[in-house]
Design a binder for this molecule. Sequence first.
Ligand SMILES: Cc1cc2nc3c(=O)[nH]c(=O)nc-3n(C[C@H](O)[C@H](O)[C@H](O)COP(=O)(O)OP(=O)(O)OC[C@H]3O[C@@H](n4cnc5c(N)ncnc54)[C@H](O)[C@@H]3O)c2cc1C
Length: 400
Amino acid sequence: MIEIDLGQCTGCGKCIKVCPVDALEIDDGKAVLTGNCISCGVCVSACLEDAIEPVIQTAEVGDLSQYSGVWVFAEQHEGELKPTGPQLLGKGKELADQLGEELCAVLIGNDIKGLSEELGAYGAEKVYMVEDEIFKNYSTEAYTTALTSLISEYKPNIFLYGATHLGRDLAPSVAGRMGLGLTADCTDLNIEEVEGRKVLLQTRPAFGGNVMADIVCPDSRPQMATVRPHVMSPMEPDKDREFEIIEESIKVKEESVSTEVIEVLEPEGKSEIPVEEADVVVSGGRGVGTCEEDFDLLREVADLLDGTVGCSRPIVEEDVMPKSRQVGQSGKTISPKLYIVCGVSGAIQHKVGIKDSDYIIAVNKDPDAPIFDIADFGIVGDLNEVLPLLIEKLEKAKEN
Ligand SMILES: Cc1cc2nc3c(=O)[nH]c(=O)nc-3n(C[C@H](O)[C@H](O)[C@H](O)COP(=O)(O)OP(=O)(O)OC[C@H]3O[C@@H](n4cnc5c(N)ncnc54)[C@H](O)[C@@H]3O)c2cc1C
């Protein structure tokens, strides 16, 4: 909720210019709210007189019963669904069943109608769809306004986002505008009864990954969490599942969006694909070396397999690769079709990030390296001898 201190208001009209939904007007020299307000809070930061205050409401126990449904933000890019939506629907279904509530997906973009069918096949009972030119490219302001508007109208109980670059930006923005709690980077979600109420138990690593913390959000709704990609699995898609599409028209004024997308740069080569999105990941550890050039052999293998390169934590600590390439407990959780792992010992913190890979091939010169415990195929040997042989074979296979 928003409150205007009429004593402070000078009627300058700055709030009217930034309001994305035309919810303010000047009456008798002062700003007043119309019925359109969605409590998005954009006007609060625009007011130079500190005359507009957000009123953060903590829900009463009785109020919480108004909130129902497990909602999933279904991220898309250029009309293609990102994997986190279906993955979150998989977990969302379990939570919704335990609560006896609906499972819904939210889709925002432009020209995205076809995607709702996919979300229905992955288990969404309702797909809330917001389409407009302004949502073609992601912007924090426009997407936050769309979500705060939907949340205010439909009052979901739980709202899940992928812990992707976009989700990590959007979820805190929504939480901040609406005064909600948010648990970032969850690795597990469950329903538990606390003081006679069913609440969302949000599990995430804490203190550098040394403990797993269970977090609840008792007093605000929706209970919101971002969830790491690939830690949840989607249901088998079924095109015959029945679902409903709810088209919402949410108009956001261009002037209320402070950023402009000039150009969208796609990854230049396959090796630029994020590790969590690639079908094939070729990873290296301390055994590969601690210079960038030491990873050339791995890049060659990755290129031949249309894959990308990942690494263990010491490689990031040595500044050889960015943190975004780190696989494991404090890095990315991945589930590629093929994971080729070279010169990595196989510490538990690395293994937890790769356990859902379809096939793991490990190359290590130590026959007792723990990485072999989890590998489907193991090659004991020096990676500098093994990888050139593999490259030769792959090149020959490509020629034929
Ligand atoms: C809280 C916490 C979180 C962590 N998170 C992560 C994480 O997200 N990801 C992660 O990876 N680690 C993580 N770690 C670190 C982890 O415990 C290990 O220290 C790390 O994974 C070891 O990296 P490594 O296998 O590359 O190096 P090492 O353990 O040094 O292993 C190098 C391996 O290379 C082999 N080798 C050497 N030369 C060759 C060669 N020429 N050919 C073939 N094999 C060779 C060796 O036999 C050895 O097995 C975390 C640790 C903590 C405490």
